[in-house]
Design a protein around this ligand. Sequence first.
Ligand SMILES: C[S@@+](CC[C@H](N)C(=O)[O-])C[C@H]1O[C@@H](n2cnc3c(N)ncnc32)[C@H](O)[C@@H]1O
Length: 485
Amino acid sequence: MNNFPGLNKWDILENIKIEKLIFGWQWFAKLEHPNPEHNWKTILITGWAIPWSIVNLRVLRKKKRFIETQIVEIIQKSPIEKIHKNNPYGESGGWKWINIPYENQLEIKQSQVKEAFFVIEKNFWKQDFLEIEASPIEDWYRNKVEFSFWKYLSNAEWIEEHFNVWFHKQWQFSKVIDYDWTPLIGEKQNQIYREIKKFCKTLWLPVYDQKKQEWFFRHILLRKAYFTDEMMILLSFNPEYFDKNTKLDKTEKLSILKDFFEKLAERYSEIKSIYFSHNPNKADVAIWDLELIYGKNSIKEKILWLEFEISPTSFFQTNSAWAEKLYSIVLDFAKNKSWVVLDLYWWTGTIWMIFAKSGAKKVVSVELVTSASKDWEKNAKLNNLKNISFENTKVEDFLEKYLETWEKADLLVIDPPRAWMHPKALEDILKFDASQMIYVSCNPATLARDLEFILKNSSYKIGKIKAMDMFPHTHHIETVVSLIK
Ligand SMILES: C[S@@+](CC[C@H](N)C(=O)[O-])C[C@H]1O[C@@H](n2cnc3c(N)ncnc32)[C@H](O)[C@@H]1O
């Protein structure tokens, strides 16, 4: 059957107005077609443009009810587009939405969450969605950034860039553009980043070549606790560079670097911890064999009434100010703070700690990643928390055992990974018959799908739904839903 007659693969659809951004990476428009049967059918679009831009599109695939296309040209900029005052470099992977005014970003995210719910159940329109919670800070909200040292040599483009430092280009991992600044971190951190970069350049040591697996500089990692201002710096490099370049004195070069960092810390009092990371391996990761070269081995962060020690390997929510908001909302949604709480997928451990501190009879938490448990033990001690227990296993394996042997849970807090929650886990959470469940999700589509299952297979009803913006200038959305019997 010829869907959309008169329209072929690779045809260009001209002057199409982008109606909206669907969650993730797809845009949406309506087709104007002479055949009334096809007129106003859906066009799905990949590429990048701000809603209400007018674009030309290339047809990639024709399906029965929609056409898949790709943006080839932006003909007219969106009326809402506004060049962000703090961003001289234009849109980039980490801040793709930066030229969409913040109030419009929030509107788009709120409607994306509503639509995800609407797809599974038309009646969701009647549901009360609480107003989306904006991030307390719009720019400079990241407490952790990782810059890469990279070289970019391209015969085709006549480019020879031997010492680039910044982020990898979106969709083009082989390229790092050399910039001195990012809107993701505060001015002080940007300044420190520039100083480190400038100094490293003066040492005349080459940046690591990922293909050849040789040479020296690899990453700069900066962490900064939002509520205490404490900063951590990590420089990663390949220590084996000196084995092949025996004319260079490894000890001398590393002590020059150490000396520079010590002096840097004397000038910036917020720098509390500095590490070298010795990574001779192919794996392009900042954290490897760690050597503390200055100060304490961790920095302190305070969220609500809790203290956290953050080491280079610690998991921690990237936007601390926002994390505080999220956790307050989860706590506020809980009907009874003295219940037995089961915290599934705990990652940074903040949710269970907050319940443990707020008078929960007991908190049992489950997480797959083992290294998270080291932080767990340390932070539990630091905050004097005793009514807790921790399981380092898969949620889907744990639930069945817990149901058989342990006491019941009254409140389940569930915060699964973006992709999905295991179907067995989804079935098992219903067997607890808990008085309340609070589902925290960073993916409205899987959230809606899981809620559909829960609502069909139990007597839970949705109490409150609140979307939250953790990552301004990006497509990410967090949603908290309270389910009650
Ligand atoms: C969205 S994060 C949770 C965030 C956390 N609640 C917080 O506030 O920091 C999802 C977590 O689930 C963990 N995870 C993924 N699959 C898992 C599984 N099958 N069982 C247990 N944990 C899992 C990941 O390691 C990750 O830490």
